[in-house]
Design a protein around this ligand. Structure first.
Ligand SMILES: [Fe+2]
Length: 346
């Protein structure tokens, strides 16, 4: 197995390669380093088979979609990842083959709902779930300290003690640890109960990264277009959130709400389907096409996407354009399907 960390900075990108098959995956690549990655793959004679993000990143722009476009590599993320154009959605226990190697997926939510760790041979890539003598923060949207404690103590700490730990970040110049060391020496987790951990994590008082929304929203939507002004955190927080059951009830009334689905066309007709009567208006086209809704400015508009993240952005954009009665389908079509509500696929 070829294994290297490529950035030598605070954000870590790992290359895992099969020496027999001359193929590789990149885990958590940074957008500003795409050229370097491509040069490195070429130098080693490796074909990029897949790009994996361990979660939707809030602190750097991901290179996954650029690398997919440039090399044809498939993008792999957890099923709950909000972004479109993910080629393979994985779940806990899935195995990703890579030549003679096999990467096992552990679903480890907490830092974000779509967090995964990747176990391969003698090592585990722990994303922003478990850091060296630390853990990833849980105070971004969708974070959950209790879930993170469970993921760390029940999934990661169940691995053999000698398993090497490679996190997605390190701020102190460390490069690796082991599960055994973290069990004994991690100041956030060692000797803490679940309740104590939640208390600790919910009171860290860390400032939000300055440009968090400018980074997060393009990563969540795979939209990279200067003409689209992404809403601020304040605007996003004001979006009214409705659960799938509530939206279902509203659609049964007459006249019902207008349902605007902001996913890509292939998602609209894909496995999750769409709500009957919804209008497809992909997020990247929303500002240009919002005019089409202007005759109905008084009506209730409910915005829908895959996980409810892109649609929150869309709802805030519509509100900013003067639509007064806009709501979001919380949890998106993932929740809608989970609750076995009816969908159409064509
Ligand atoms: Fe992160």
């Amino acid at each position: 197995m070829l294994f290297r960390e490529l950035n030598r900075g605070k954000c870590k990108t790992y290359l895992i390669g099969s020496e027999q098959e001359h193929i590789a995956v990149l885990v958590d690549p940074l957008r500003e380093k795409v050229d370097r990655y491509l040069a490195l793959l070429a130098y080693h004679g490796l074909r990029l088979d897949a790009v994996i993000d361990t979660h939707t990143h809030a602190d750097h722009r991901s290179a996954t979609f650029d690398l997919k476009e440039l090399t044809g590599a498939k993008v792999i993320m957890h099923r709950k990842a909000p972004a479109p154009r993910v080629d393979l959605h994985v779940e806990d226990g899935d195995k990703i083959p890579l030549g003679e190697l096999e990467i096992k997926v552990l679903h480890t939510p907490g830092h974000s709902p779509d967090g995964i760790c990747l176990f391969i041979g003698d090592r585990v890539l722990t994303g922003d779930t478990l850091l060296i003598r630390g853990t990833g923060r849980c105070d971004f949207a969708g974070g959950d300290a209790g879930e993170q404690f469970d993921a760390i103590t029940q999934k990661l700490f169940a691995l053999p003690d000698e398993t090497l730990v490679f996190p997605a970040h390190d701020y102190r110049g460390n490069t690796r640890s082991t599960i055994g060391e973290e069990k004994r020496l991690n100041p956030r987790v060692t000797n803490r109960t679940r309740e104590q951990y939640i208390e600790l994590m919910n009171n860290l008082g860390l400032p939000l990264p300055d440009n968090i929304q400018e980074v997060l929203q393009p990563n969540q939507s795979a939209v990279d277009d200067d003409r689209l002004r992404f809403p601020s955190l304040g605007e996003l927080n004001q979006v009214r959130q409705l659960g799938a059951g509530q939206v279902r009830l509203l659609t049964e009334a007459s006249p019902g709400p207008i349902i605007v689905d902001v996913r890509e066309p292939e998602e609209f007709t894909g496995e999750l389907g769409h709500i009957q009567g919804s209008i497809l208006m992909p997020l990247k086209d929303l500002t240009a096409r919002a005019e089409e809704l202007s005759a109905q400015k008084e009506r209730h508009i409910i915005v829908v996407c895959r996980a409810g993240v892109r649609s929150t952005t869309a709802a805030a954009i519509l509100t900013g354009l003067g639509y007064e009665h806009v709501s979001n389908l919380k949890g998106g079509m993932l929740d809608w399907n989970q609750q076995q509500l009816p969908v159409e696929r064509d």
